[in-house]
Ligand binder design. Structure first.
Ligand code: NAD
Ligand code: WQD
Length: 331
């Protein structure tokens, strides 16, 4: 299939492009490079040893998007493009609502115009809010505490309404848990701008000596050791989940958790990182981070049953691959 991958130069998108190419699909990337680099597109081609087509466009720009649909017979879209920093979304709500909602509407509108009825969307476990773990797709969603989360919940709603009104439109909404790790080549991975907000990139930068020590946000949660528990998933497993979702798509709206189903605490992750890489990660315990919940992990059984997909890589592989990329990475 010819797959349009919006945000394909980004962290999850780039790994997914490789998985798509390896599965025999053709890839057209549309990315404005607002949080990624052009050279990542070259690296995707190097790793997969295949060509991809790249458009440097903003996917809120309907005319620029139309050109792609006009030039190529697109069979399906994976829509990753979006802004994703939770804290920043509180500071710049309009930017987040505009970018994340308008992009979803522009792309789906082009799909309708050109009769493209396969659509895979990047959602987030954040839409569950502070629900009871494990999170199951059938749960009522709870309000999120930030505009970023709202853009995901709203986009889910928009896609659901469109699919309900257009029976041929097939949508897979993928709720990612905590993607970490990198391609085993060490060539592509997560390279946040500035000081990382997320745990794994923070840990890798402490290990590299770029940051002095990890601050562990709270050790008095009702969890195994008091620190926050999350469902970390290797980005390559996540990438393969997208290929499975795309290839098994049927009419209607389908929501899938993409997680491992296993929770890991902050201190367990630090220990796993130290063991996997034989390197010390100094840390201190500080106050809880506002907006954090104690535990977040998936019931991952629906994706296994319906897509035949399950995460294969363990926390040691995630830590090893994240560190390999960080060691190689030059700003
Ligand atoms: P990323 O920032 O690395 O990738 C997003 C890509 O989209 C970037 O390359 C950026 O340049 C591009 N982009 C943003 N707005 C655009 C626009 N208007 N037009 C064209 N390109 C645009 O982020 P990621 O971690 O790869 O996340 C991909 C998707 O998955 C996002 O929608 C994100 O919200 C979602 N998600 C991410 C996580 C996570 O922890 N990384 C978790 C759940 C969901
Ligand atoms: C993980 C755990 C922190 C940093 C976020 C978004 C979510 C999704 C994934 C996009 C928590 C602790 C972290 C640090 C720490 N993104 N921590 N010290 O908050 O689960 O999810 O990314 O959709 O929407 O909210 O991920 O990696 O920030 O935190 O102790 O320096 O690590 O408190 O328990 P989070 P995270």
């Amino acid at each position: 299939m010819n797959i349009l991958v919006t945000g394909g130069a980004g962290y999850i998108g780039s790994h997914t492009c490789i998985a798509l190419l390896e599965a025999g699909h053709s890839v057209i990337i549309a990315d404005n490079l607002s949080n990624s680099k052009r050279e990542t597109v070259m690296k995707i081609m190097d790793i997969a040893d295949k060509e991809v087509t790249f458009y440097e466009i903003d996917v809120t720009d309907a005319e620029a998007v139309d050109i792609i649909f006009r030039n190529y017979k697109i069979d399906g879209v994976i829509h990753f493009a979006g802004l994703k920093a939770v804290g920043e979304s509180v500071e710049k709500p309009l930017e987040y609502y505009y970018n994340n909602i308008v992009s979803t509407m522009v792309i789906t509108k082009a799909c309708q115009k050109y009769g493209v009825d396969r659509f895979v969307f990047s959602s987030s476990a954040t839409v569950y809010g502070d629900n009871k773990v494990p999170f199951v797709e059938t749960m009522d969603l709870l309000p999120t505490t930030n505009p970023y989360g709202e853009t995901k919940a709203m986009s889910e709603r928009i896609l659901t309404d469109i699919a309900n009104a257009n029976p041929a439109f097939s949508v897979s909404i993928l709720r990612y848990f905590n993607p970490v790790g990198a391609h085993e080549s060490g060539l592509i991975g997560e390279a946040p701008n500035g000081i990382p907000n997320n745990l794994m990139p923070y840990v890798t930068q402490v290990a590299k000596g770029k940051l002095e020590k990890l601050r562990v946000f709270g050790n008095n949660y009702p969890t195994v050791d008091g620190t926050g528990v999350r469902d970390y998933i290797h980005v390559l497993d996540l990438a393969e989940g997208h290929v499975a979702a795309l290839e098994n798509l049927t009419e209607g709206v389908h929501v899938y958790n993409l997680g491992t189903g296993k929770g890991t605490s902050v201190l367990e992750l630090v220990k796993a990182f130290e063991e996997a890489n034989d390197i010390e990660v100094p840390y201190e315990i500080v106050d809880r981070r506002p907006g954090d919940i104690a535990s977040c992990y998936a019931d991952a059984s629906k994706a296994k049953q319906e897509l035949g997909w399950t995460a294969k890589r363990d926390i040691i592989a995630m830590c090893r691959d994240a560190w390999r990329f960080e060691k190689n990475y030059k700003e």
